[in-house]
Design a protein around this ligand. Structure first.
Ligand code: FES
Length: 106
């Protein structure tokens, strides 16, 4: 397991980008407290979701958004609900919180 960041640094619906073993990762705490992680690579063209600006959420704050062509992803499972890769999904990264630290699990 590799440490990624402090648990306290992940506030609900405020995604963070951290270095991973292969590129960067998106870490996101959902409103009910569950933590999700995804590879920061859009299924449309493989680029980082925030390549144009350091923003990862839609204007209303409900969806993860790719700045490439505007694809919107459901935070809970990374499935693309709108945009050029509709029906595809972000690649999940299993996470675990241990003693106040978020770890990549695997
Ligand atoms: S690269 Fe993400 S929507 Fe096109």
């Amino acid at each position: 397991m590799a440490p990624l960041c402090a648990s306290a640094d992940l506030l609900p619906m405020q995604p963070r980008i951290v270095p991973g073993a292969e590129g960067t990762l998106i870490l996101l705490r959902l409103p009910e407290g569950h933590l999700v992680g995804y590879r920061n690579a859009c299924p449309h063209m493989g680029i980082e979701l925030d390549w144009e600006a350091h923003r990862l959420l839609s204007r209303d704050g409900r969806w993860l958004k790719c700045t490439g062509h505007g694809a919107l992803f459901r935070p809970e499972d990374g499935v693309c609900l709108a945009g050029p890769c509709k029906g595809d999904a972000l690649t999940p990264v299993p996470l675990r919180e241990v003693n106040g630290t978020v770890m990549a699990d695997g």
